[in-house]
Design a protein around this ligand. Structure first.
Ligand SMILES: *Cc1c(COP(=O)(O)O)cnc(C)c1O
Length: 376
């Protein structure tokens, strides 16, 4: 059986986790969490980078920091994971869905302005498959209408827009280190911002609304409850796992890009024959090889393809059920205009297995089985 995903660990993972107990600090913001913070501040770069326990938690922090009032609106795509919308719903806000672009499957920036009302407070863009949204246009709209820009960069580690790392371009960025992402700690995430006042408040929101981070740095002589917040920081055991994976991130990225390019070449002819469509990376974006997908012409062909792979012991999933047609989406969200691209993509996209430890034999098998489906 070839799985869709296999989690990564390294020769150092267990050594670092054991070391957490030598240091005698297994709760949050220990030695390894600090090493991760430093690593991200330099790599992205960004002013504030805070480990959290999931991409969902990073989005919840961003939604809390956006200071939304009940009924305020946040414009976003419907073609995304539920956490993108759920974070704002928890604050009493209303996600407003607009359609996606047929090329990148990212929010269609030309549809945003028509969805703005006097209640709109933010745009939450999702860099689908790690490929950048058209950020200049989105930032320009946000500036003219005084809106926050929150980037769901859950899939966007090591990907750029015109040279800037995704997640560091808007007001706040949210990364995920779930085991299906390029860089992982099982569950995990990162909140980033370049705005000083948001960074300062983020530290408090993440620590149950207390100024404990300042206390640990000796900036205040006791800590207390000062603001709204929750517990978003992970144990240093998670920091140790993540740091071991960060140390081999270049290797991970080289391997993922190698697999991605093999898939891309393998399906070139089928694309020419009009049987499938491969991912498109615009000139302003980079490819972090987070995801390799194929787009079929209709649901029937996709279903047959997935079943054929399963018969051959290869697991290839599809996603997403668009949020606007999900039960919670219908209850808590609003649609602006029509979403024909979202509806079509959700019934025609399939993802192929892609993970760091994938062997040459596994890759070869996926490609040859997939090609044999089309009668090659
Ligand atoms: C994975 C993902 C999330 C959620 O991240 P978790 O770490 O699983 O909470 C949110 N948004 C998008 C687009 C994702 O792909």
């Amino acid at each position: 059986m070839i799985n869709f995903n296999v989690p990564t660990y390294t020769s150092k993972t267990f050594e670092y986790i054991r070391d957490v107990f030598n240091v005698v600090h297994a709760s949050g913001d220990g030695k390894y969490t600090k090493l991760c913070h430093q690593w991200f501040r330099e790599k992205l770069p960004c002013r504030e980078a805070l480990l959290v326990h999931s991409g969902t938690a990073a989005l919840e922090m961003a939604a809390l920091l956006a200071e939304l009032n009940p009924g305020d609106e946040v414009i976003m795509p419907s073609y995304t994971f539920c956490s993108t919308a759920n974070a704002f719903v928890l604050q009493g806000a209303v996600p407003v869905f607009v359609d996606i672009r047929p090329d990148t499957l990212n929010i269609d920036e030309t549809k945003i302005e028509a969805a703005i009302t006097d209640k709109t407070r933010a745009i939450c863009c999702v860099h689908y498959a790690g490929v950048a949204c058209e950020m200049d246009t989105i930032l320009d709209i946000a500036k003219r209408h005084n809106l926050l820009v929150i980037e769901d960069a859950a899939q966007a580690f090591d990907s750029y827009y015109k040279g800037k790392h995704l997640g560091t371009i808007g007001d706040m960025g949210c990364f995920s280190f779930h085991e299906t992402k390029n860089i992982m700690s099982g569950e995990g995430g990162l909140f980033v911002t370049n705005r000083a006042e948001l960074g300062e408040r983020a530290e408090i929101v993440r620590e149950k609304g207390t100024n404990r981070s300042k206390f640990f740095r000796g900036q205040v002589d006791k800590y207390t409850w000062v603001d709204k917040g929750s517990s978003y920081l992970p144990s240093d055991v998670i920091g140790a796992y993540l740091y071991s994976v960060l140390e081999i991130s270049d290797k991970i990225q080289d391997k993922r890009k190698y697999i991605w390019n093999k898939y891309f070449e393998a399906f070139a002819d089928l694309e020419k024959q009009g049987k499938i469509r491969r991912p498109i990376i615009p000139a302003y974006a980079t490819n972090n090889a987070h995801m390799f997908y194929l787009l079929f012409n209709d649901l029937e062909m996709r279903t047959k393809f997935i079943n054929y792979l399963k018969e051959n012991e290869i697991y290839a999933p599809f996603h997403y059920i668009p949020l606007h047609s999900s039960p919670a989406g219908r209850e808590y969200c609003r649609v602006n205009g029509e979403l024909p691209v979202t509806d079509r993509i959700s019934t025609t996209l399939v993802r192929l297995p892609l993970y760091f430890d994938m062997t040459e034999e596994e890759l070869h098998k996926v490609i040859s089985v997939a090609l044999s489906f089309f009668g090659k």
